[in-house]
Design a binder for this molecule. Sequence first.
Ligand code: GRF
Length: 205
Amino acid sequence: MSIRIAVLASGAGTNAEALIEASHRNELGGGEVVAVVSDREDALALERARSHGVEGVFVDPAPYPDRDSYGEALLKELEARGVELVCLAGFMRILAAVFIQAFPSRVLNIHPALLPSFSGANAVSDALAWGVKVTGSTVHFADEKVDHGPILLQEAVPILAGDTEESLQMRIKAVEHRIYPSAVRAVCEGRVLVEGRNVKIEGEH
Ligand code: GRF
């Protein structure tokens, strides 16, 4: 029995695609991406999903007055599809507590910086503006605070002379497309132990 995964994405969906491709190559340790869910009807992420034969689901936030009711609506869609693991990949909304609580230690997020540095929506440009020499990407469990939960994997990306937001983002995404599937695989294979903020992955240093 596979572990049914939904990817939530608002934008380009390159991470969603990397997870779908890994899923189709059976590289997610029994995990299977069954749907990409978006709050934007025109998200490229939905198109990418459909082009790989994966269901793309638009959940319109407009009819819902607040975060909780939208969270409930998302939950319903996921429950209808038997989803057990949620991967946030550029989903540009804060999720309701009720959503996070419905999937204890089963919501992952990827963030384009080495958390806790540069949390928030502008991590790549913030790192450039700060003048750091190294940034990177973080895969972590999502909790009720933004970009906050226990960290599964991180990888550094050096900032090069002449980097623009676009060039740096491209190199970060190349790393993300590798580390997100490997974090998901570790979770699906049951190799992840969470003790407070500390996460141990069996078979990793
Ligand atoms: C990624 O860089 C991810 O770290 C951040 O949003 C971006 C999404 O990119 N949370 P894409 O839509 O997967 O191409």
